[in-house]
Design a protein around this ligand. Structure first.
Ligand code: SF4
Ligand code: SF4
Length: 427
């Protein structure tokens, strides 16, 4: 009888090509290692039976998860982590949209009901409802989104401050973030950001000044690029003096931008900016109210890689959501609240009522269990194709909204994907 093998190649180890080189990658650990041409055959042969622990590359292959102990059931382990996160009741992330009003008029905006705004009574109901469910929660994160959430700042801020003070007696951890167009940041007192425990500010720029100002001007037509960057620098400067850790993240929207546009955009940041700000690049996608072909839909990750090579800190396209595809890929622990106090799993398609899973009123949170049950059906571990898919640890069965409306999978986009490049971006 042959000896039982102690190690095996990980199911999620693959070889990918990038820039005329071969890379060994692992979709579970996101590890990436360049295969030197003279070693490639040798390493690939070793991986077929990785039992010799004295092999010179054994430690590095093992440490990065390219090989794993033979008795590990990698799929069950992945399912365990996915389910643990999905059903976790100790963490709660609420994306709060206090208003759909906005001081910008971007042509591609998918939110078309710009008059909706949470009343003070509803803001009060919301925070009372949150307080009523806090006992099992260990970590609460409130992510402000809009519309432009700073238009509601003066009404929301006292509640955030109160939650922050309340959390200080260590019953739970609390943090907040804000996604803003950045224009009104200079109208608020920066100490309020600290008192509200805002730890991340996400600001959107539409690439270089010329493009940005043509797409993201104020409603009255004023340019905004310079104001936004000055605001971000001001806040960062203030927080450094206060020793308060805050991340300012520029989401860069790309819409048919040329290489020169991108170069001009990157040139507008100083070496100091590069030290303190974080960046990521995303193409603008078509929505139900905006349709245009976008030649950056495929090359945006190459643009990200170029920026990384120029010394910009790039946010990883992976790991943002842990063991989930997106913020909507979870249970009641990751929800969005709109100004009408409806509870949603995802707001990318406000017409999609499958994503609306309840409402808040004076009795607190009211869940539509039938809808939630449908959302839970999405688990990729119910699907043979996903279970055998080597991209499962980065895709987790794809968009839950797509699955809940069409009852089929939307596979992670292979057209824009080169795993070697994308994992290198990550490291
Ligand atoms: S559209 Fe799909 S992938 Fe995007 S946030 Fe909503 S559920 Fe997630
Ligand atoms: S949705 Fe497609 S790419 Fe994603 S895990 Fe399932 S089979 Fe793989």
């Amino acid at each position: 009888m042959g000896m039982l093998k102690k190690f095996k190649k990980s199911y999620y180890t693959l070889v990918d090509e990038y820039n005329n080189s071969s890379f060994l990658i692992n979709t579970y650990t996101r590890a990436v290692a360049k295969l030197l041409p003279e070693e490639k055959e040798n390493i690939l042969r070793f991986l077929l039976d990785p039992s010799d622990e004295s092999y010179k590359y054994f430690p590095v292959l093992y440490k990065n998860g390219f090989i794993v102990p033979s008795d590990i059931d990698e799929i069950s382990k992945l399912q365990y982590f996915y389910d643990s996160q999905f059903y976790d009741q100790s963490n709660l992330t609420i994306t709060l949209l206090p208003t759909l009003r906005c001081n910008f008029a971007c042509p591609y905006c998918f939110e078309n009901e710009h008059t909706k705004e949470m009343s003070l009574i509803d803001i009060d109901l919301f925070f009372k409802a949150v307080n009523s469910i806090l006992s099992p929660i260990k970590n609460l994160h409130i992510a402000l989104f809009g519309g432009e959430p700073l238009l509601s700042w003066s009404r929301i801020y006292p509640y955030l401050k109160e939650i922050n003070n309340h959390s200080r007696n260590r019953v739970f951890n609390y943090s907040a973030s804000i996604t803003t167009n950045g224009y009104l940041l200079n109208t608020i007192n920066y100490d309020e950001l600290i008192n509200a425990n805002i730890r991340k500010i996400h600001i959107t720029l539409d690439c270089n000044k010329k493009n940005h100002d043509s797409l993201r001007s104020t409603r009255s037509g004023l340019p905004t690029f310079d104001v936004i960057i000055t605001n971000a620098r001001d806040i960062m400067h203030y927080m450094l003096i206060k020793h308060y850790q805050i991340k300012i993240i520029f989401r860069t929207n790309l819409l048919n931008n040329t290489k020169d546009d991108v170069k001009e955009y990157l040139d507008s940041f100083s070496d100091d900016d590069k030290k303190h700000f974080l960046f990521y690049f995303k193409p603008i996608f078509n929505t139900n109210c905006f349709e245009i072909s976008n030649n950056n839909a495929v090359n945006y990750k190459d643009i990200s890689m170029d920026a990384k090579q120029r010394g910009f800190k790039i946010i990883s396209p992976f790991d943002k959501y842990g063991f989930a595809f997106c913020s909507g890929d979870g249970g009641k622990n990751s929800i969005m609240i709109t100004p009408d106090l409806k509870i949603w799993k995802c707001f990318n398609d406000a017409n999609c009522h499958n994503a609306c899973i309840g409402y808040i009123n004076d009795k607190g949170f009211n869940w539509d269990e039938n809808k939630i049950a449908k959302w839970y059906l999405k688990s990729p571990f119910n699907d043979r194709k996903c279970i055998t898919c080597k991209k499962l640890p980065i895709c987790f069965g794809g968009c839950p909204l797509y699955f809940s409306t069409k009852n089929k999978r939307h596979c992670i986009d292979s057209a824009t994907m080169n795993l070697a490049r994308d994992f290198l971006l990550d490291s």
